[in-house]
Design a protein around this ligand. Structure first.
Ligand code: SF4
Length: 357
């Protein structure tokens, strides 16, 4: 019988599971406390749980579904972890030091099927979804690392922006959010969590209906269909008009601010005309839409794309501002350590392939 990750259960799921297996409800609180407050890494350390219950847990669940394969530390304090899953696949998780706290970027799938033309992860198609336990364990591994350093630091923010399309692994992502937000556990506030989607319209509606207070970011990257389809083939299935309707629904339903991600690619989507077109596209959402301008990190696999010049970035930003659009140029992290999403993983995968040949 293959075991499930103990980190994959929400508190309610753990409670029901224990009840179904003949144990008292309060055991769930005890196990939860060992997992997320005391942060033990074996069942045998749960000293107030009776033997019978421990044995049952050991039979059905495991602690470790990923192991650290590589850890790269940047001069700015960013740490990139490459984890190996039990099936040998590799995934990336990144710890970033922000002014407001410690933020972790997690991966939700092994590879990605969305195939954005600028992305190192999109080069390697999806192998499988990560389980909720594998997503939670990324946070736990980073937290355990921080615990081991001994400065009392805590993961305070989460961005679901690593490899994969989180809305293509919706149920596991929702369980992950529940586990992270649980007040008896890590208690990371919903407003400290951001999920980023390439724009799976039907799932944006579903997410809005959850009214979870978790922040939503949408990868827009272009102000018109022709250009967006060139950059992101997902635009064929979910063109801009449909996306904008879903965004309107989300804003109406949640009254929450939405972030629009816009990666700046030199001479592709970074001209002043593009900024003007973008400002017009979102003019009616000015109050609640926030544009995040992302200077592109070139990857060798996509030599057709270059980083925008500083002047082009400035002009783009100024143009949006003059039109009353809230925007910011994203701060970069770990530029000295394979900064682009999926870059470290794809490098390692290539190395592996070469070794096989
Ligand atoms: S940018 Fe995100 S959605 Fe697009 S291919 Fe890369 S991982 Fe997938």
């Amino acid at each position: 019988m293959s075991k499930q990750s103990i980190y994959g259960l929400t508190f309610e799921q753990l409670t029901s599971w224990l009840l179904e297996h003949g144990h008292k409800k309060f055991r769930a609180s005890q196990v939860w406390d060992w997992l997320y407050q005391k942060r033990v890494t074996t069942f045998s350390e749960m000293t107030n749980i009776n033997k019978e219950c421990l044995q049952l847990l050991e039979e059905h669940f495991e602690f470790q579904t990923l192991t650290e394969h590589i850890k790269q530390e940047s001069a700015d304090g960013t740490i990139k972890f490459l984890f190996k899953l039990n099936d040998g696949n590799l995934i990336e998780t990144v710890l970033m030091r922000q002014k407001y706290g410690l933020s972790v970027c997690v991966t939700t799938q092994v590879g990605c099927n969305i195939g954005c033309s600028f992305c190192a992860s999109g080069l390697l198609t999806k192998d499988r979804d990560l389980s909720s336990g594998e997503i939670v364990e990324q946070i736990m591994k980073v937290q355990l690392y921080l615990d081991s350093v001994g400065k009392g630091e805590r993961v305070s923010h989460i961005v679901i922006m690593g490899i994969g399309e989180p809305f293509d692994n919706f149920e596991n992502m929702v369980d992950f959010l529940d586990i992270m937000k649980d007040q008896k556990g890590l208690a990371i506030g919903a407003r400290h969590i951001t999920v980023s989607t390439s724009g799976l319209v039907n799932k944006i509606y579903e997410f809005a209906d959850l009214q979870s207070q978790v922040n939503l970011a949408i990868s827009l990257h272009a102000p018109n269909d022709e250009l967006r389809t060139r950059i992101m083939k997902i635009n064929r299935a979910y063109p801009i008009k449909k996306l904008m309707e879903a965004i309107d629904y989300y804003i109406e339903k949640t009254n929450r601010r939405i972030t629009l991600e816009y990666i700046l690619l030199k001479d592709v989507n970074d001209h002043k005309e593009h900024a003007l077109e973008l400002a017009e596209l979102i003019a009616d959402k000015r109050k609640l839409a926030y544009v995040n301008l992302i200077p592109y990190n070139p990857v060798s696999e996509h030599s057709q794309y270059q980083r925008s010049t500083k002047e082009a970035i400035r002009t783009f930003y100024d143009t949006l501002k003059k039109k009353g659009i809230n925007c910011v140029v994203r701060m970069e992290h770990g530029t000295d350590i394979d900064a682009a999403c999926g870059q470290l993983r794809s490098k390692q995968m290539k190395k592996k392939q070469k070794q096989k040949v």
